[in-house]
Design a protein. Structure first.
Lengths: 378, 140
């Protein structure tokens, strides 16, 4: 055990910039931003769409072409929705419309490093700012009104939206809304053959992204390399995984060295991109048949990088498996909380699991995944 | 260290799961998470059912037939209190009956702590606003 406790987030009751925001004030602010977004949509020409994500309909109303070009490619693998949408999102491009986000009832000092706004817990509204390295400015603010199924995504500039946001648009908003429909964002990759999939769980650096990309190159179905959607049916039937974002991210140096045949799928470097940043592979455009909208999950694998040439499957405890995915999922997603951890624990209890030891010879990874699919699906 | 008579998990800030006897804890206030073996899991479950804090060590020592357990459990309970993973509790109406799982070999119940996610919960990394009103990090 280490000696000193970890630092605690500071929520200061009634003082300073992290004071609790009264529910009525949060509600009032949301309505103000919602109305302002509505006016911006009229001025900026609504270029929206209705999509069904894992069968759940949402309506995106988008100001202008620049924002649509940034937001939609990461989501267009989802079919058009036919049902009444359960969520309506008003997406505003401040640069195109000239409309600034109405001043919120919290200061710039109320954001946590993760992006959520301190002081709104348990209220009717959730809010977060999105900030992706290497930029130092919040590029978008998301507001979500839980009870009415309405949201606002207000960005500084649709044309200059970061590569990370383009690859995974509105992740926080979807992590708040989709659980109300029985779907959970999970920090995991997922690949499969036919109708069956493996979830690859592990913290950043464990090898799950590289493993999923090697699988993609070998022709596997692909449901995500970073976040996937998982449904855990209450009737005890098999969990399902759904591709949320048809994109994958890989360091450009790694792409050149290990996956040169996928380089043509990568977006060009962003003008402000740091040389150490990741490229985004647009799979909906380049490998649409491999994007998996709905697969049955037959097992959990926890990759770990080891020495030696071979890949192998090893036993792993349920607790170690939960530790591989629950903390990064629950702590990276604002408001995810204890309920999500409970669902992940249930997922771990239901599924067979193995540790996937990754050797230096990465050509053996696809065969190891096939072996795992066969073994765990029995 | 004098412990409170009763301790309880610090919910809702702390989420616990017991899987095959092993303990996983996530502290949503600090961003730290913890891993504990089957002995730590047994201690946690005894606290959950309202066992008085001074009775936990003897109960574990008897169950695992290992006298080292009393001192080890005392250290663990002090750590749980110090890190606010547990807090003082009211005396429960009754201690719920709880059968410890079949005894395996005894191991020190010390928790392993992980803090790689903790920086996500730091408040106020952004405290300047540009002319257009967008918050940003200071240039330092």
């Amino acid at each position: 055990m280490t000696d000193s406790p970890a630092p605690r987030a500071r929520i200061i009751q009634g003082q300073g910039d992290a004071a609790r925001i009264p529910a009525a004030r949060a509600q009032e602010y949301f309505e103000e931003a919602w109305e302002a977004a509505g006016r911006a949509l009229v001025e900026g020409r609504d270029t929206g769409r209705c999509l069904a994500i894992a069968g759940e309909a949402l309506r995106l109303r988008i100001t202008g072409e620049a924002m649509a070009r940034s937001i939609l490619p990461g989501l267009t693998h989802h079919p058009e929705a036919e049902d009444v949408p359960g969520l309506e999102v008003r997406i505003v491009d401040a640069e195109v419309t000239g409309e600034s986000l109405p001043e919120p009832p919290w200061s710039a000092r109320a954001y946590l490093a993760r992006g959520d706004v301190a002081g709104l817990e348990d209220g009717p509204v959730r809010a977060a700012g999105t900030l992706h390295a290497p930029t130092t400015s919040i590029e978008a603010v998301t507001l979500y009104h839980r009870e009415s199924g309405r949201a606002v995504f207000w960005a500084r500039s649709g044309a200059r939206l970061s590569p990370q946001e383009r690859a995974g648009p509105m992740r926080y908003l979807l992590s708040w809304w989709l659980p109300t429909r029985g779907l959970n964002l999970v920090h995991a990759a997922a690949v499969g053959r036919g109708s069956r999939a493996l979830l690859l769980a592990g913290p950043s650096g464990s090898g799950k992204s590289t493993t999923s990309l090697l699988a993609l190159r070998a022709g596997f179905r692909f449901a995500g390399d970073d976040y996937v959607l998982v449904r855990l049916p209450e009737d005890g039937s098999a969990p399902r995984v759904h591709c949320l974002y048809a994109s994958a991210k890989v360091f450009r140096a790694e792409l050149s060295r290990r996956l040169p045949d996928l380089a043509a799928w990568a977006d060009p470097p962003h003008p402000e991109e740091d040389p150490g940043e990741k490229a985004t592979l647009a799979l909906a455009a380049h490998a649409p048949d491999q994007v998996a909208l709905d697969l049955e999950v037959v097992g959990l694998l926890c990759p770990v990088v080891r020495g030696g040439p071979d890949c192998s499957l090893e036993p792993i405890t349920a607790a170690a498996t939960l530790r591989a995915t629950a903390p990064s999922t629950a702590l990276q997603l604002p408001y995810a909380g204890a309920a999500l951890v409970g669902r992940l624990a249930e997922l771990v209890r239901r599924l067979p699991r193995r540790r996937l030891a990754l050797g230096e010879d990465l050509t053996r990874v696809p065969a190891a995944l096939d072996a795992a699919l066969e073994e765990l699906a029995r | 260290m004098k412990l409170p008579t009763y301790l309880r998990p610090h919910t809702p800030a702390v989420k616990s799961e017991i899987l095959d006897g092993e303990l996983v804890l996530i502290d949503f206030d600090s961003g730290a998470y913890y891993s504990g073996n089957h002995v730590a899991g047994a201690v946690w479950q005894l606290l959950q059912v309202g066992t008085p804090s001074e009775a936990v060590g003897p109960r574990i020592a008897e169950h695992f037939a290992d006298p080292r357990a009393e001192d080890d459990v005392a250290r663990l309970l002090a750590f749980l209190v110090e890190t606010k993973l547990v807090v003082s509790a009211e005396a429960p109406p009754e201690t719920l009956p709880f059968e410890l799982p079949p005894a395996q070999s005894y191991e020190d119940p010390a928790l392993e702590r992980f803090e790689d996610m903790a920086e996500l919960l730091i408040l106020d990394p952004i405290h300047e606003v540009e002319e257009e009103g967008w918050p940003h990090r200071p240039k330092s």
